[in-house]
Design a protein around this ligand. Sequence first.
Ligand code: SF4
Length: 139
Amino acid sequence: MSDYLADAELAKARLAGVSGSFCLAKWKQVSLHLTTGHTNSCYHPPLHRIPTEPLVDNPSALHNTAHKKQRRAEMMEGVKCTECNYCWNIEQNGSLSDRHYRSGEPWAMEAFEDIVANPQADVNPSYVEVNFNHACNLK
Ligand code: SF4
């Protein structure tokens, strides 16, 4: 078994100890679309608009939006939010999903205990994708 697969299997077991829908990517991975002011975590769920008012006092609200915090709270309770259907559909067949693969990677798993201890706290993402504009160098 590859290390990648072994890490995902280990993550599956650790995540299950918290809830049936817990996913570290909801905390530690972010895509930011600066041209439109949208974000998602991870990159599978639909994008949502970043509220600007909270950014005045809290720059981390760029990632830690109220929308994501609500989804995180649901995950801690075992709710399978519809925006993560990509993973639930794969898991229905008994397969490992990106929830297990992403959570099993070191950049996510290293935060496991801190997130479980304080799931509503703002977190700094480890895996960041930023879309600055729609220009394509390959055009
Ligand atoms: S459950 Fe799946 S779709 Fe949702 S954040 Fe995790 S990896 Fe992404």
